[in-house]
Write a protein that binds this ligand. Structure first.
Ligand code: NAP
Length: 281
């Protein structure tokens, strides 16, 4: 069996076209959806991520501002910048690129963002909204995974979904989103005994670990949907996921590639959240 590919680039293109249309409608009403991205320090990966986010905004007709600060910016100064953006009517979404330098308490900074502008969905108010099913911003990466499942018209009701990884930004919110769609969810982590026994029962597997080949073909039930969130480098330095793609694609029903899978969807959902933040104003 060769799995069907869920193409994150193609789906992103469609969704970004819808964002651009809705952004144009807002502009016609005099509202320009605006995202502020704050980068502290010179982490090379973070620099690439923020550039991509700002460019995606521009391409979809959103206004964006990138604030670059030196690595020795004090926590108090960063909190003051967040407060200023909270009060800036031209800004509807605020994103503080993580990781922050060690002398800054990242959680404190995230909690300083007004929940109405928390387009990354990392604020405790956003996490609480997701948990209780009330309105708030959902974290972009797991939300992008949900859109990928929607794109193949996958009905999660009664299905067994296994999520590997329990971080606050991917694994845990992913489990909650799947649960909300009536899947039966198993959340695995580094202390899980016999991961293979779990994944072999799964109709849907989401791998969000950050280690190559965490999921191999012998761990997948034939026909299962496999979503690969991981971003790693292989021996040749090329981007790869957590899933042994070449092996698993022979067993799975659907699979997401890396690159070109969840990555572009994450940025797309950031645009969607920013647009929705502006629409709610
Ligand atoms: P993280 O905070 O490091 O969490 C990794 C999780 O994996 C932890 O819960 C850990 O368990 C679990 N884990 C580690 N080894 C394991 C093993 N052998 N078996 C089962 N579980 C194991 O990472 P993250 O921020 O969630 O990111 C995960 C991956 O997704 C990374 O590669 C990251 O780069 C990527 N990512 C991609 C995107 C995208 O847009 N494509 C966005 C965000 C993240 P414990 O909790 O027990 O330590």
């Amino acid at each position: 069996m060769t799995a069907q590919l869920i193409d994150g680039n193609a789906l992103s293109k469609q969704l970004r076209a819808q964002v651009a249309e809705r952004a144009a409608a807002l502009r016609a009403r005099g509202v320009i959806p605006g995202l502020a991205v704050i980068l502290v320090g010179e982490n090379p990966a973070s620099q690439v991520y923020v550039r991509n986010k700002v460019k995606a905004c521009e391409d979809s007709g959103l206004y964006s501002v990138l604030e670059k600060h030196p690595a020795d910016l004090s926590e108090a100064a960063l909190l003051a910048r967040v407060e200023a953006l909270n009060n800036d009517p031209a800004i509807h979404g605020i994103l503080v690129q993580l990781p922050l330098p060690a002398h800054i308490d990242a959680q404190k900074v995230i909690e300083a963002i007004a929940p109405a502008k928390d387009v990354d969905g990392f604020h405790v108010a956003s996490a609480g909204a997701l948990m209780t099913g009330s309105s708030g911003f959902w974290p972009c990466t797991p939300n992008g995974c949900m859109k990928m499942l929607e794109s193949i018209h996958y009905d999660l009701r009664g299905k067994h979904a296994v999520v590997i990884g329990r971080s606050n930004i991917v694994g845990k919110p992913m489990a909650l989103m799947l649960l909300q769609k009536n899947a039966t969810v198993t959340l695995c982590h580094s202390a899980t005994h016999n991961l293979k026994a779990m994944t072999l029962q799964a109709d849907v597997i989401v791998a969000a670990v950050g280690k190559r080949n965490v999921l191999t073909a012998d761990m997948v039930k034939p026909g299962a949907v496999v979503i690969d969130v991981g971003m790693n480098r292989n021996d040749e330095g090329k981007l790869c996921g957590d899933v042994d793609f070449d092996g698993v694609k022979e067993v799975a029903g659907y699979i997401t590639p890396v690159p070109g899978g969840v990555g572009p969807m994450t940025i797309t959902m950031l645009l969607v959240n920013t647009l929705e933040a502006a629409e709610r104003c």
